[in-house]
Design a binder for this molecule. Sequence first.
Ligand code: ARG
Length: 477
Amino acid sequence: MTPADPLHPPSAAVSNPSAKLWGGRFAEGTDALVEAFSESVSFDQRLWRQDIAGSTAHARMLGKVGVLTPADVDAIVGGLSQIRGEIERGEFRWQLALEDVHMNIESRLTALIGDAGKRLHTARSRNDQVATDLRLYVRDAIDELADLLTALGDVLLDLAEREADTIMPGFTHLQIAQPVTFGHHMLAWREQTLRDRARLLDARKRANVLPLGSAALAGTVYPIDRHFVAEQLGFDAVSENSLDAVSDRDFAIEFVSACTLTMIHLSRWSEELILWCTPMFGFVKLPDRFCTGSSIMPQKKNPDVPELVRGKTGRVVGDLNALLVLMKGQPLAYNRDNQEDKPPLFDAHDTVSASLRLFAAMLPNVTVERATCRAAAFKGYSTATDLADYLVKRGLPFRDAHHAVGAAVGHAVARGVDLSELSLDELRGFSSLIDADVFDVLTLDGSVNGRNHWGGTAPAQVRAAIARARAGARAAR
Ligand code: ARG
């Protein structure tokens, strides 16, 4: 037997052209390779709820304007509702040969109710249908992620309150910089979640516009009432231009872009947690049930959740990239390329949703090792700026104060002690302006309590910020 030639496989089975909803002008069926290559139902079946909602609204509108009889509308609405039940119960038979979610549902409808089912597609195209489905999907996804971000923000507020007095080193360049409170650090994370949520809700405004009625690209000859459809589906507006409406995927890009930034934030938090739970830092302990072990090293407890979130951030950045490149060469209006928008969109949504849920579940159970955090802040000369500020308050220009304190730090490093462990005489060797009260500012508590202004790290400010956040949340409800 001769080996198979990979470039010239035996002709693939061809389906029957009249089996296709669009098969009228075709003399032969689709090549099996093309069928497998071009189907989207394997991934877009996920849009079934939106597709049924869109079709129901479209049918009602066609009834309202007299294009469909009341009997047809009733049959369509009833049939779609039955299909919804079949899908929910897992009884629906999805068929690859029917290409996508739209034609799977439409063929089942026709099988159930006959000719009325064939009238549903009057005055629309799959181009405006899929754009509508996808906008409804993105709107739902935004609402879900916005709620998750609020929940995660609340978790951070609780953690900030619990650790409002916990002193840890603050870093710049990952070198110990100044003491901060753990609560302040958690509030910094929460600020990121607030922006993430605001970005999603801003994107929602542009997503929540109805494309249906644009038909294939130019609109339709039927006397449609697009505002009626928009109202039924909860859209805020009706698209202005049919060519733009069927081809635009900006809303998908904006959504995935917002997802990407959210993941970037979670990835940064992950990196911090991973560092913090190494014995070299030892700032936190992650709960066992959020970690895994090593198959060879019995002592290992690995921070897999933050590592995976950091890793999955790469996927979502890739999803955004896929959408951007997908759009860059497309002329108006709809092109089949757009079918490829769904896998990255769904993947970004799933990944962000799961990551937010995991962080919200894990963070309340993180143990903060307060003594270790404090000791690390104490070790790193983190109150050197406080000493400089002390000298400034006594009249020394800041640059001179900076220089004098630098010399004092060099001396303390050589001796292997903290600034607060130098004697008054030693300290006075660097500036005669120093008195015994210097030790108040050199303590960690003196340092954080001194930063007592709106946005500062003092425990009192952390508590004030938490109170403002909670009052704001109450007002927003
Ligand atoms: N499955 C297609 C998509 O996701 C639906 C629209 C197809 N339109 C067409 N003219 N082939 O984009």
